[in-house]
Design a binder for this molecule. Structure first.
Ligand SMILES: [Zn+2]
Length: 214
């Protein structure tokens, strides 16, 4: 049975950049699980997902099971832990403590959670609910400046300008916008070729006209 999820809460492991650096993410997750199970006496690792410094993502606790990561907010949330963040502040920027690979993985993971559990799921930082630095960056500010997702055509700005290009080339802009991924790229490439051809023909016509050959 799936739980109702209202928010994703981001955390960090508060480990140094060099922590277990020669070990796999599996080994790092095993160590965090040991802290939570052996030291905290919890049933399992507290987080649902863990993102390694290389951008690899490993599952922790099953998504269907309530986590143990943010006091008072566990029942309807999903906990994500970024490896790193030692010595970070809640005012830092994401890139001050984490890698670009982690950022891409985090954006994709949030997208995947929203697609499976609800598009309106909010993204928060642990430091919004506790007097802690965790996850070691200002999540609100980061959300307002999120990098584009894997496909640039999913960005609203790119989509808008692509639609304009398609319209200018006389292609059905709505039809292009309705397409997805590769189909969009192909359609836009065709539109671009049509536009270039039109420009070339116009130039040739102008040249002939200028030369009195009309
Ligand atoms: Zn935390």
């Amino acid at each position: 049975m799936s739980r109702r999820i209202d928010e994703v809460i981001i955390h960090c492991s508060a480990t140094r950049r060099t922590w277990y650096a020669d070990e796999s993410l599996n080994a790092q997750v095993a160590e965090i699980r040991r802290w939570h199970v052996v030291e905290n006496k919890w049933n399992d690792i507290g987080y649902h997902w863990i993102i390694g410094r290389c951008g690899k993502v490993l599952a922790g606790r099953a998504e269907s099971v309530v986590g143990a990561h943010c006091k008072g907010r566990n029942a309807r949330s999903m906990g994500i832990c970024l490896i790193g963040g030692h010595g970070s502040s809640e005012r830092d920027a994401f890139q001050d403590n984490f890698t670009a690979e982690q950022e891409r993985a985090l954006v994709d993971l949030i997208e995947s959670i929203r697609s499976r559990h609800g598009a309106s799921i909010k993204v928060r930082g642990h430091n919004e609910f506790a007097n802690k630095a965790c996850p070691g960056f200002n999540v609100k500010r980061w959300l307002n400046n999120t990098p584009p997702r894997t496909s640039p055509l999913q960005s609203k700005t790119v989509r808008a300008s692509a639609t304009q290009v398609a319209a200018a080339a006389g292609t059905g802009a709505t039809a292009v916008a309705a397409l997805d991924g590769t189909a969009q790229i192909v359609a836009l490439a065709c539109a671009a070729v049509v536009a270039l051809a039109a420009l070339w023909i116009m130039r040739e016509r102008l040249r002939k006209w200028a030369g009195g050959d009309h």
